[in-house]
Design a protein around this ligand. Structure first.
Ligand code: ZN
Length: 388
């Protein structure tokens, strides 16, 4: 067993914004008197990520200098890579309410108990056009990320966060590990090299294969499904979690793989989000990160390999975490195993390839996709979920 962490946090120090002891008591009583601001579900995810250090080295919502620096250079003003600004929106009414207050109390979208106190360092105007182009590569409001940006207020409040508690969750409690806890879990298991896998979908054979290929060269696998806000047509979180559980129960070695929740909200920012996801996983203690084709993509906004190519725009070692790039994979009847275009010389007639649309259609009719495509246990859960 090792006492060393697998990898330092981004910027060197794992941030922890949770107030404790007397500071927490003082904050709780002062929080009553500050103007109140209800954060959106997306911002709630960001607040949770900030609090537990998943967004290290950030200590709060970002100011205009950082905002511009990220949009223009993909780096913070101190030179560290960073690709998506982490901001707190205000609409005109909220701007008035905040006024010149030095502190604001942040509330959950649905609860009254304060979550955190924001020490307001500045308020500035959001540059929607520049942010849309830099982060999403488009200003098309059909893009779910651009849409969310348009729905957010015109103003941005920045400043350090002093958290009083984490947002309350009613699901997956045993899977909600903070970066400190995943790091401790890796140490306990004696893992020095850990690969992280981001997903917002059920895992079929192709992704299982990619995860296991990566696991062959490291000590452990962290399946880290994103459980913050996603598009309404993505598979619901509780259904996905049941799929991961049944898969782990039947097909993954318990001492080499673990599941934990990634509390982030989905941006669908493709390449920019691939870098951001990698940095976050580094904070969770992963040394390696899987980047597939069209990572964090949506529609046809990004090229198939854009999310892999963007890693070349950073100096070697700048990110710290090692990306592992994968092709789509499939079962090949002639190879008699899982393979990819890189490893299988046969043509599509030998390969078990189904489109997402086809799979949904089959599941909707209560048909299991071939077991070369989906584990039958996973297919059963998806069929059951589509019935109800
Ligand atoms: Zn083949």
């Amino acid at each position: 067993m090792s006492n060393e962490d697998t990898i330092p946090a981004h910027g060197g120090t794992l941030v922890d914004l949770m107030a404790t002891g007397e500071e927490a008591e003082r904050l709780t009583s002062e929080a009553e008197h500050h103007p109140k601001l209800r954060v959106s579900p997306r911002e709630l995810s960001d607040l949770e990520m900030l609090t537990v250090g998943a967004l290290s080295p950030l200590t709060g919502f970002q100011g205009e200098d950082e905002y511009r620096s990220i949009l223009e250079t993909m780096h913070l003003t101190n030179g560290l890579p960073w690709t998506i600004p982490v901001t707190l929106s205000l609409d005109d009414e909220e701007l008035k309410r905040v006024g010149r207050s030095e502190s604001v109390t942040l509330l959950d979208p649905a609860e009254e108990e304060p979550l955190a106190v924001l020490r307001v360092s500045e308020v500035y105007k959001r540059d929607r056009e520049a942010e849309s182009v830099a982060v999403f590569g488009t200003t098309d409001v059909e893009h779910p990320g651009v849409r969310a940006l348009h729905d957010a207020g015109d103003w941005v409040a920045a400043g350090d966060i002093h958290a009083l508690r984490l947002p309350e969750h009613h699901q997956f409690q045993q899977y909600r590990l903070t970066p400190r806890q995943t790091r401790a879990a890796f140490r306990e298991r004696g893992w020095n090299r850990v690969v992280g896998f981001q997903t917002r979908n059920p895992v079929h054979r192709a992704h299982e294969y990619i995860q296991k290929c990566a696991l062959e060269i490291v000590d452990g696998l962290l399946l880290h499904p994103l459980m913050g806000a996603t598009k309404s047509d993505d598979v619901p979180a509780e259904v996905r979690m049941r799929c991961y559980e049944v898969l782990f129960e039947n097909y993954y070695p318990k001492d080499r793989a673990m599941v934990s929740v990634f509390p982030a909200a989905m941006r669908y920012a493709g390449p920019k989000e691939a870098i951001w996801h990698a940095i976050c996983r580094k904070n969770y203690g992963c040394t390696h990160f899987i980047v597939g084709r069209d990572h964090a993509g949506v529609g046809n906004y990004y090229g198939t390999y854009d999310a892999q190519k963007i890693f070349e725009e950073f100096e070697p070692g700048e990110l710290g975490i090692q990306p592992l790039f994968f092709e789509h994979s499939f079962y090949c009847l002639r190879c008699e195993g899982m393979a990819s275009h890189k490893t299988c010389p046969h043509d599509d007639d030998s390969r078990v390839i189904l489109s997402g649309t086809k799979v949904r259609e089959m599941l909707g009719k209560g048909e299991k996709p071939p077991q070369e495509f989906s584990r039958p246990e996973v297919a059963e859960i998806l069929i059951e979920a589509m019935r109800s």
